[in-house]
Design a protein around this ligand. Structure first.
Ligand SMILES: Nc1nc2c(c(=O)[nH]1)N[C@H]1C(S)=C(S)[C@@H](COP(=O)(O)OP(=O)(O)OC[C@H]3O[C@@H](n4cnc5c(=O)[nH]c(N)nc54)[C@H](O)[C@@H]3O)O[C@H]1N2
Ligand SMILES: Nc1nc2c(c(=O)[nH]1)N[C@H]1C(S)=C(S)[C@@H](COP(=O)(O)OP(=O)(O)OC[C@H]3O[C@@H](n4cnc5c(=O)[nH]c(N)nc54)[C@H](O)[C@@H]3O)O[C@H]1N2
Ligand code: SF4
Ligand SMILES: [Mo]
Length: 748
């Protein structure tokens, strides 16, 4: 038998970023030989980026945690699962009994939206814990979009995406999908799809303080001063009203508050904001005209528009623009995806602030508090302070603001548990680290990205490799944590617990008139569901009752786990379709274009504008810091993969030659960058790609802390940009300000 005979192919969606590329994995026995793009994937058609093929290295990484670790005498020691959970119960149960559930905080990191376990079982843990101290990477990322969507469309997850495959005009702000491969707009091969807009005679305009990869390839790139997108967007809306260019398009009968938006943007004519943004008034007027004239157009804003002081206003204005140019819910405009697992939503509208945080007084948003406030909740004395922390797939010590302070605060906790694959900057503080299986050893389906996808697609992949000896699936670890914090104890029957969780889901649906199984027998539905226990059973159920589902016998050719299994390259459910009014979940049943909370925040914007107009020019050396992403990075956690980090140093401070000259910096130097929150020293990279007055440092670096086990990453540690980010948040969403931070720069 030659080696070809023992080769097999497996197909799997890449879980690293939001693009959801199909991978073709060649295996000999259980060894991965090669990973490349799956040319037959219905969505990605063979596209892959340099990270996708490194799932092999990630799997093989000797530093990856494979066994539970318990810290004893300051050192981690391998332990059996039962011992690790007994230890957790010994410490957490009395703490909760004495101080209540709020004494335990939970932080959920980004990879949770890339795993079935994270998508389905964190909510079980959250419900079991019942702590108000819930934090996630959402408040250093997209929370502003959830708030604007919740208020406009009635639910924070009803987020329109740019229909880039059919658009004639794309105005993109604060996004660099040629490096990030897109966010809140799932599309494998963003680069190819952007090229296609241009090839069919369309136009791509990019607004960014840095000439990013995406900006370089665009038809037009406009530098903008960091943090000022909101003024530019308000001025474009102003012009549309002023020049009588409002056209509500097909959704016209379903929109409230149009006049109120016109009135609220009166204070922002282009001439007033031009100098603030660094974009000429005539250019702003031209952009408005182009948007109005385009056959179809979409406005799309991301990290640079959201992680700023007026993030929610920016997120809102993006969709206001889509709406008042008639592009909301129109092919080629901004449309609402329909995921295969979508469930009916109650039409009650949405709000924030059901409670506030203990120290900062920040309002709750989607049950979460701003992670910027976590350190204070730990260190500020009080009976109800945070004494313990559970992190699941998060690295807040590198990824969230005021990092030094959070790092120190984690050292003061009474107890900490981390569910993670590495002993890193955050998890080194844990008393117990519970490992999770890596990508190739778990099944996959994208619960998060199906709802954000520029095409409706369903794709399920079974695990490619068998479990490692002694491994536990992550969902069982999360369930067992839920059992501990809810008082069921570390030895609870997890099968029974999972059955109960599933039964609750089904029983609620059979009682819901909007559900596909309304009025059916719950026991029968449960009995007919495939997938065994865990996430696959829930997936089978969710897609069967979903909009394309088999409906437990109602639509025999409809979707089910079985059908998904038979389509390893995915099932294409077609281009996005218009969904208004059915998609809306507002109390009025209409798009609320002028929510009270948002119109109220425009007053804060106007007074800020007045302040900026009156302010003196910044001091010599006064610069503004922004971030950036690199194609070969993934936030803070792929830096231990040699093929991704080798080559030129990437954690550099980019600065324009004008500023470098003025400040006496050259490419051979290191620069000292200081903000009110902290100081870092980084190598200088002089480049005209960055706007004068602005410097850029990527986030996710700083792998030089003691107690981490990241052999490759600690050889090229870089510096942690988030040491410089301070307490400031967007008050509506609680989102951290990570872009547009005033800093002083000088030679080190
Ligand atoms: N300055 C600045 N800061 C930023 C940003 C920025 O643009 N600028 N971006 C922000 C954004 S958008 C985000 S999403 C956040 C990310 O913030 P976080 O989610 O806190 O950070 P990550 O770097 O994604 O860390 C992921 C963690 O999950 C672990 N992990 C990976 N895979 C798995 C798995 O399958 N299971 C488990 N249990 N663990 C796993 C990794 O080891 C790592 O510890 O960072 C934010 N921080
Ligand atoms: N390779 C890679 N891919 C990733 C990630 C990664 O770390 N690496 N992270 C993933 C995650 S979690 C996310 S959320 C997405 C994010 O996806 P994107 O939003 O596309 O992320 P960035 O590449 O950070 O792009 C943000 C852009 O905003 C610009 N910017 C900064 N401040 C401003 C401003 O005030 N106004 C404007 N208009 N622009 C501004 C920056 O210069 C940058 O080019 O990427 C995902 N994909
Ligand atoms: S673009 Fe994203 S999903 Fe596609 S291969 Fe790269 S990391 Fe994976
Ligand atoms: Mo993110």
């Amino acid at each position: 038998m030659n080696s070809e005979d023992t080769m097999r192919l497996a197909f799997r969606t890449c879980p690293l970023c939001e693009a959801t590329c199909g991978l073709e994995i060649s295996l000999r026995e259980d060894a991965v030989v090669r990973i490349r793009g799956d040319r037959d994937d219905v969505f990605s058609r063979g596209f892959i980026c340099p990270k996708g093929s490194t799932l092999k290295q990630l799997d093989a990484d000797p530093d990856r945690v494979r066994q539970p670790l318990i810290k004893r005498g300051g050192r981690f020691e391998p332990a059996a699962w039962d011992d690790a959970f007994a230890h957790i119960a010994d410490r957490l149960a009395p703490l909760i009994a004495a101080h209540g559930p709020n004494a335990v905080a939970l932080y959920l990191g980004n990879p949770n939206v890339h795993t079935m376990s994270g998508a389905l079982y964190n909510r079980v843990l959250i419900r079991a814990l019942r702590s108000r101290n819930l934090y996630s990477a959402s408040t250093v990322d997209q929370m502003p979009k959830h708030v604007s969507s919740g208020l406009m469309f009635g639910h924070p997850d009803i987020i329109p995406v740019p229909d880039i495959d059919r658009s004639d005009y794309l105005l993109m702000l604060g996004a660099n999908p040629r490096a990030s491969n897109g966010s809140l707009a799932t599309a494998p091969d963003w680069p190819g799809r952007l090229d296609a807009i241009q090839e069919r005679g369309g136009r791509v305009v990019v607004v960014d303080p840095r000439r990013s990869r995406t900006a370089k390839a665009a038809d037009e790139h406009l530098f903008i001063k960091p943090g000022t997108d909101v003024y530019l967007l308000a001025a474009i809306v102003h012009v549309l009203f002023d020049e009588g260019l409002i056209d509500l398009g097909p959704a016209a009968d379903h929109i409230n508050g149009v006049d109120a938006v016109g009135a609220a943007t009166e204070a922002f004519p282009p001439e007033r904001v031009a100098a603030i943004c660094g974009i000429k008034a005539a250019t702003i007027r031209r952009l408005a005209g182009e948007l109005a004239a385009a056959n179809t157009a979409a406005v799309y804003g991301r990290i640079g528009t959201h992680t700023v002081r007026f993030g929610t206003l920016g997120a809102w204005l993006v969709d206001v623009l889509n709406t008042v140019t008639g592009n909301l819910d129109r092919p080629g405009g901004a449309m609402f995806p329909r995921a295969a697992h979508e469930q009916p939503r109650s039409k009650r509208g949405w709000s924030t602030g059901r409670w506030t945080s203990r120290v900062g007084g920040y309002p709750e948003v989607r049950g979460e508090l701003p992670v910027t406030g976590l350190a204070d909740e730990i260190t500020t004395p009080g009976d109800d302070k945070v004494r313990a922390l559970i992190t699941v797939a998060g690295n807040p010590v590198l990824s969230t603001p005021h990092s030094d302070r959070l790092d120190a605060a984690l050292g003061q906790l009474d107890f900490m548990v981390s569910v993670d694959i590495y002993q890193n900057e955050t998890t080194r503080h844990a008393d117990v680290i519970l490992p999770a299986p890596p990508a190739l050893r778990r099944p996959h389906y994208d619960f998060a990205f199906g709802t954000l996808s520029v095409r409706n697609v369903a794709n399920y992949s079974p695990a490619v490799l068998p479990a490692e000896p002694g491994a536990e699936p992550e969902w069982r670890t999360l369930l067992r944590l839920a059992a501990v914090v809810s008082g069921l104890g570390p030895d609870a029957d997890l099968d029974q617990f999972d059955d109960m969780v599933f039964a609750t889901l089904v029983e609620r649906a059979v009682g819901d008139p909007a559900s596909a199984v309304h009025g059916r027998d719950a026991t029968e539905i449960m009995g007919a569901t495939a997938g065994g226990r865990g996430p696959e059973r829930m997936l089978d159920y969710l897609v069967r009752v979903g909009p394309y589902g088999e409906g437990y016998g109602r639509q025999p050719d409809g979707l089910s786990l079985e059908l998904l299994r038979r389509h390893p390259h995915g099932i294409d459910l077609g281009p996005l379709r218009s969904r208004i009014p059915g998609v809306l979940a507002t109390a009025s049943g209409k798009v609320e274009l002028a929510p009270e909370m948002i119109i109220g925040d425009l007053a804060r914007l106007e007074s800020e504008l007045a302040r900026l107009e009156a302010a003196a020019a910044p001091r010599n050396g006064g610069m503004v810091l922004i971030g950036r992403r690199h194609l070969r990075s993934n936030n803070s956690w792929m830096h231990n993969i040699d093929v991704l980090v080798k080559g030129k140093e990437r954690c550099t401070l980019q600065i324009n030659p004008e500023d470098a000259d003025r400040l006496g910096l050259t490419a051979e130097d290191a620069a000292r960058v200081t903000s009110p929150a902290g100081t870092v020293t980084a190598p200088v990279e002089v480049t005209t790609d960055i706007m004068p007055g602005v410097v850029s440092l990527p986030h996710g670096w700083g792998h030089d802390l003691p107690g981490i086990e990241l052999t490759v990453a600690s050889r090229r540690p870089g510096v942690n940009a988030n040491v410089l980010a301070g307490d400031e948040i967007d008050p509506l969403s609680g989102n951290a300000v990570l872009n547009g931070i005033p800093v002083e720069v000088s030679p080190a």
